[in-house]
Design a binder for this molecule. Structure first.
Ligand code: URP
Ligand code: ZN
Ligand code: ZN
Length: 462
């Protein structure tokens, strides 16, 4: 099957020109002007951007959380991602304490198998390195399983949290083999004290989720994880950077030549802590970790994206329905499942706030929503760019079209949208995933099971 995309404005992290793209099978095979080639399908992209498919390296589909599970599985979550212009996700397989990481990977493969409509990969969330064989498993994952990145949690004591020694060990092993450790940076032990104090004082409403997870708890852990990475002699990637205090730790380290990379998420760029004042328990919709911060942090994060102290915008998509799931914490904020939906809205939000809003260039938009994640996580140049030989993951994006975000029209399997009523300029029109049209003029036409698992590369092969 040949597809010819004509007259588009082709934008990558470094290019910006008008031209045509020939897709043959799953790959981009030719770029040029006025290509006169017969094709099975011709798409007119006049007045549209043609950009690399988005890469969201931080999602939680079908993820257990306490007594419940995130509301999007690999079928609904990847369909929603596609509708929003994302053609690759990297989700998290989570090691159960005392159990094998290889078993966890198997579990997550089964969750995705036959369901994903776009390509996907996994980070391994490491929760236990108490046995030597677990370190061996990290090697195995990097060498044989295409899992070249790991997430360790400095928060959630009693479930996911690991201690500093564990982080040091994981970084040392990952670093030796060209893998990368990412860190959920929050001081879990201090937060536990703050939470206990809040509950003892009878403060059980959702806003206390945020008040017991202050900026300093995040910034301290960011700084500590950077120091541990320095001692291990490895790079580190900080997930879901939410506030200026954390960003300054990252910026200072980078200015000193320390290899630190970091992501932020749309919720920290567009939402703020005033959302915790919503009544009728609606504040629970915004309970995620780290929590939303004071509004002034948003421009600082945009500045971080502009200056490349932040490299990636990921979603941390972790949806729970308001009815039946968020409601579990009606009488106690600690029982509210942590997480927010957003996999479908990332590209339009970042385009609107970034490019339309005059904060970043269109090339930088592509870089922070696709190219940088491909490079950092071992998918480039197969993913993250438009070049002959790259996978034909392409988004035809209308930069002038407007859309009002709403749960009534979104494809995510969750009963609210955090950005309800926000108007964005810049809308996904048509999406190709490895050459297959999965979104046509805004309509999802993909099929479950056509997404493939992506083996990712370690640093020496990037
Ligand atoms: O609240 C969040 N972010 N839930 C997902 C798990 C995590 O910490 O990334
Ligand atoms: Zn996290
Ligand atoms: Zn997460």
């Amino acid at each position: 099957m040949k597809t010819l995309i004509k007259n588009g404005r082709i934008v990558t992290a470094v290019d910006d020109y008008r031209g045509d793209i020939l897709v043959d099978g799953e790959l981009i095979t030719l770029l040029g002007k006025n290509l006169d080639i017969s094709a099975d399908l011709v798409i007119d992209a006049k007045d549209k951007l043609v950009i690399p498919g988005g890469i969201d390296p931080h999602t939680h589909l079908d993820m257990p959380f306490g007594s419940t599970v995130s509301a999007d599985d690999f079928q609904t979550g990847t369909a929603a991602a596609a509708c929003g212009g994302t053609t690759t996700i990297i989700d998290f397989a989570i090691q159960t304490k005392g159990s094998s990481m290889l078993a966890a990977l198997d579990t997550w493969h089964k969750k995705a198998q036959g369901k994903a409509s776009i390509d996907y990969s996994f980070h391994m969330a490491v929760t236990d390195l108490s046995k030597p064989e677990y370190l061996e498993e990290m090697n195995h994952l990097m060498k044989h399983d295409g899992v070249t990145s790991f997430k360790l949690f400095m928060a959630y004591p009693g479930s996911l949290m690991v201690d500093d020694a564990c982080i040091f060990k994981a970084m040392s092993v990952a670093g030796r083999h060209g893998g990368l450790v990412s860190i959920h940076a929050e001081n879990g032990l201090v937060i536990t004290e703050l939470v206990a104090n809040a509950l003892a004082a009878g403060n059980k409403a959702p806003e206390f989720h945020a008040l017991t997870r202050p900026d300093a708890a995040e910034a301290e852990a960011v700084g500590r994880s950077i120091a541990i990475a320095q001692m291990a002699g490895t790079p580190v990637y900080i997930v879901h950077t939410s506030c200026y205090d954390s960003l300054t730790k990252v910026s200072a380290a980078r200015a000193a030549g320390i290899p630190v990379m970091a992501e932020t998420c749309p919720q920290y760029l567009f939402l703020d802590s005033s959302y915790y004042s919503k009544d009728d328990f609606a504040a629970a919709k915004y309970v995620a970790t780290p929590p939303l911060r004071e509004k002034w942090n948003q421009e600082k994060l945009w500045e971080g994206l502009r200056m490349n102290d932040l490299q990636v915008v990921a979603t941390d998509h972790c949806p729970f329905n308001f009815v039946g799931q968020k409601e579990l914490g009606r009488n106690d904020f600690t029982k509210i499942p942590n997480g927010m939906p957003g996999i479908e809205n990332r590209m339009s939000l970042v385009y609107n706030g970034g490019v339309t809003g005059g904060r970043i260039s269109v090339n930088r938009f592509v870089e922070i929503t696709s190219t940088a994640a491909a490079k950092i996580f071992g998918l480039f140049p197969r993913k993250g760019t438009i070049a002959a030989g790259s996978d034909a993951d392409l988004v035809i994006f209308d930069p002038k079209k407007k859309m009002t975000i709403s749960a009534s029209t979104h494809h995510m399997n969750v009963d609210y949208n955090c950005y309800e009523g926000m108007e964005v300029e810049g809308v996904v029109e048509t999406v190709l995933s490895r050459g297959r049209v999965v979104v046509n003029n805004g309509n999802y036409v993909g099929s479950s099971g056509s997404g493939q698992f992506l083996n990712r590369l370690t640093a020496e092969f990037r």
